[in-house]
Design a protein around this ligand. Structure first.
Ligand SMILES: Cc1cc2nc3c(=O)[nH]c(=O)nc-3n(C[C@H](O)[C@H](O)[C@H](O)COP(=O)(O)O)c2cc1C
Length: 322
């Protein structure tokens, strides 16, 4: 039996996904952690991340995680992440342990899981292609979970991400051998998430998603699942991944785009005007112009079809707890 969650003091087998750029602020993480799940603060510029961890510490004595998307994490991010209880990483093919804290790495296959465990990960998240946001897996979360469990299930806890929107989903995952389940879309549709109110409304209204590489400026070759909007309708007429020219441009500008500090990217997005199109990965936040709802990515998983209202995060956590 893996007792990682118990050792951390996490009472419910549910993790709230760390959604970057301000979508998962301390208010969301605190609401989830305080109610017995594991709340996660998403990637922000280092000083903003430090402030969010400090804010969370003032509001809860329960453990709190931070999420780092490795290609965007600078040395300062790792220093700040040491102030959280758990560091959850995403998007690294050859991960390394860079923290003394509990480290959970997100993987999309059995091979990636083996590498993460060899690098010393305390647990892995098996993320399926049905998940919202950037997807590591190429098959469903359930299949990814089974594949990962087969190779590392005896060594470390395996947590599943993708397709989680009810207590029954979590129960099924636990019965399949998962130690816990991650929900992103379900927690994005909460009062505490940092998403633009119009983005939250689209979560309620939309039933479909598309897997694309369209919003890949600074982050090419990274498929992401989004709700269709004007940008996807305009650009994804032939190939759901995006026009070859746009994807080539993303690849060509990858290094330059990645060097633009996240704070600048967020400022650029907040100034976006109607019709502007930058195809960056920044999602619409509360306070950004409504035009960004149709020029920027509306990340969501296939579970969006089951979102019917915006609720407090603690209520969502109750609904996810078997
Ligand atoms: C809006 C949104 C943003 C996301 N951002 C991140 C991120 O910054 N880092 C990360 O590790 N995963 C991110 N993810 C993926 C989640 O960690 C998780 O795998 C996914 O949400 C699970 O699928 P679900 O959305 O159907 O619950 C994001 C997901 C969503 C929906």
């Amino acid at each position: 039996m893996h007792d990682l969650l118990a050792r951390l003091g996490i009472e419910r087998p549910v993790l709230q996904a760390g959604m970057g750029g301000g979508l998962a602020p301390s208010a969301l993480a605190v609401a989830v952690s305080d109610a017995g799940g594991l709340g996660t603060i998403g990637l922000l510029p280092p000083e903003a991340l430090r402030a969010e961890i400090a804010a969370a510490r003032l509001q809860t004595s329960k453990p709190v995680a931070v999420n780092l998307i490795v290609p965007f994490a600078r040395r300062a991010h790792w220093e700040v992440a040491a102030e959280a209880d758990v560091v959850i990483t995403h998007w690294e093919t050859s991960p390394k342990r860079r923290t003394a804290k509990t480290w959970i790495h997100t993987v999309g296959s059995a091979d990636e899981a083996l590498v993460a465990v060899a690098a010393g990960a305390d647990a892995v998240i098996a993320q399926g292609v049905d998940a919202g946001g950037h997807t590591r897996g190429t098959v469903s979360a359930r299949e990814t979970l089974d594949q990962v469990l087969r190779v590392v299930g005896e060594e470390v806890p395996v947590i599943v991400a993708g397709g989680i929107a009810s207590a029954a989903d979590v129960q099924t995952a636990l019965e399949a051998g998962a130690a816990a389940a991650v929900a992103g879309t379900a927690f994005l549709a909460t009062e505490e998430s940092g998403a633009h109110p119009g983005y939250k409304q689209r979560l309620v209204d939309s039933d479909e998603t598309v897997l694309t590489e369209l919003f890949g400026m600074g982050w090419p070759h990274a498929p992401h699942r989004v709700i269709p909007n004007a940008a996807t309708r305009r650009w994804l007429t032939d190939d759901p991944l995006g026009p070859t020219g746009v994807r080539r441009l993303h690849a060509a500008l990858a290094t330059a785009g990645r060097l633009i500090p996240m704070a600048v990217q967020l400022r650029m997005a907040s100034r976006a005007s109607s019709g502007a199109l930058d195809l960056s990965p920044a999602a619409p936040l509360d306070g950004m112009p409504s035009a960004t709802l149709d020029t920027h990515p509306l990340y969501a998983g296939e579970t969006v079809a089951r979102i019917s209202r915006i609720r407090p995060a603690a209520v969502v956590l109750d609904d996810l707890t078997p």
